[in-house]
Design a protein around this ligand. Structure first.
Ligand code: PMP
Length: 370
């Protein structure tokens, strides 16, 4: 039958603001060295695979039933993990989980954003936020950052006063820059905020010693929400498990907008089995931190700029033609991410061998520049 997919899409009554939009996502290419979406390069051990498989087999015996809608056992496990990680005292009622922290953020905007409301963040930052805002009819306002990618607190206060956002999203460590936010900066924003403040800590486990988590501010700040994910440090990107910690009332708000049974029994079983092996799964974090710091040192030693990073990726540059550098790396089997401010590129931290391949490829591609 005639007609391309494109003309059929144009014929549909798509919302005006979605016309011409493309689905978000980095290219999913199968290449030898994949350093483009900030995954953990270490697959689960045989031991962890067996534990997950056993938990999923057990869950499979009741898959004729809908899953536990409130999943309090998982929320208790997540609370126990955070309490140990950040030295806090969270209750299971203060935890909530969904299919990735992407879904958590969308639920937060469904509950606290919406028509006539504004969400504020500070660019460059995670490029999905404006899409969650668009999808929830929330007005999106992006402020700027200092040249070292830290927050410009005076600018932030002005923007907040001007737009009175019902949601402010801070990201620490920030993607794609890797920048961690000092707690004093979070406090300034909390004091200025008329609504909720979300601190996206997707990469928190990779932060350097001495950088406290925003979780430590929850007890004093009922308007604070901290989001985390098992996709990065826990090496569970395929399991799709993101979560938040906040006052129990925030969880109650999100429960109003969540889809019924949004978190499958398989996802719950997988996450609980992984949490039971936290120590083993998180053991890769130290290795990745060392590799990150070595990568930053190498990039600077060869004369490039590399942003300070408290996460499992590094923003580096700058290149007059960053696309050519990205393509040159890809031609050598190394996939990184073309993202961030003009001229910069982002590389996720892989294994030692993968980072060696990255350095070799970049030296070849950029030899005229280095
Ligand atoms: N927040 C930030 C800052 C991210 O970089 C990502 C993933 N790239 C996410 C949230 C979402 O991760 P997930 O949905 O896998 O939890």
């Amino acid at each position: 039958r005639g007609g391309s997919a494109r003309s059929e899409l144009a014929d549909l009554p798509l919302r005006d603001e979605l016309r011409g939009e493309l689905p978000y996502g980095a290219p999913q290419l199968v290449v030898p060295v994949q350093l483009n979406v900030n995954e953990n390069p270490y697959p689960p051990s045989g031991n962890v695979v067996a534990a997950i498989a056993a938990a999923v087999a057990e869950a499979a015996t009741t898959l004729n039933r809908y899953p536990d809608r409130e999943f309090l056992p998982l929320r208790a496990d997540l609370a126990a993990f955070l309490n140990a990680d950040a030295d806090v005292e969270l209750q299971p009622s203060q935890l909530w989980a969904a299919n990735g922290s992407n879904e958590i953020m969308q639920q937060l905007l469904q509950a606290f954003g919406g028509p006539g409301r504004t969400a504020v963040s500070f660019a460059p930052t995670y490029s999905m936020y404006p899409e969650y805002a668009r999808n929830t009819h929330t007005t999106w306002v992006a402020g700027r950052r200092n040249t070292d990618f830290s927050l410009d607190l005076r600018h932030a206060a002005e923007l907040i006063a001007e737009h009175q956002p019902s949601v402010i999203i801070l990201t620490s460590p920030n993607n794609p820059t890797g920048t961690a936010l000092p707690l004093d900066d979070v406090r300034v924003v909390l004091d200025a905020a008329p609504g909720v403040v979300v601190v996206d800590e997707a990469y928190a486990e990779f932060r350097r010693a001495g950088v406290p988590s925003a979780l430590t501010l929850l007890a004093e700040h009922p308007e604070l929400v901290v989001t985390r994910t098992m996709s990065k440090a826990f090496a569970l990107a395929g399991g799709r498990l993101g979560y938040l910690a906040a006052a129990a009332a925030v969880v109650d708000a999100v429960r109003i907008v969540r889809l019924p049974y949004h978190l499958s029994a398989v996802a719950q079983a997988t996450a609980r089995a992984a949490l039971a092996h936290s120590a083993e799964l998180l053991a890769t974090v130290d290795t990745l931190r060392v590799e990150r710091d070595d990568t930053v040192s190498w990039l600077r030693a060869v004369g490039l700029r590399a942003a300070e990073s408290d996460s499992n990726f590094v923003l580096f540059g700058t290149f007059a033609d960053r696309h050519a550098v990205w393509q040159g790396l890809l031609d050598r089997g190394v996939l990184i991410r073309e993202t961030g401010p003009d001229g910069w590129l982002r590389v996720s931290i892989g294994t030692r061998d993968e980072m060696r391949a990255f350095r070799t490829a970049l030296s070849e591609v950029a030899k005229d520049l280095l």
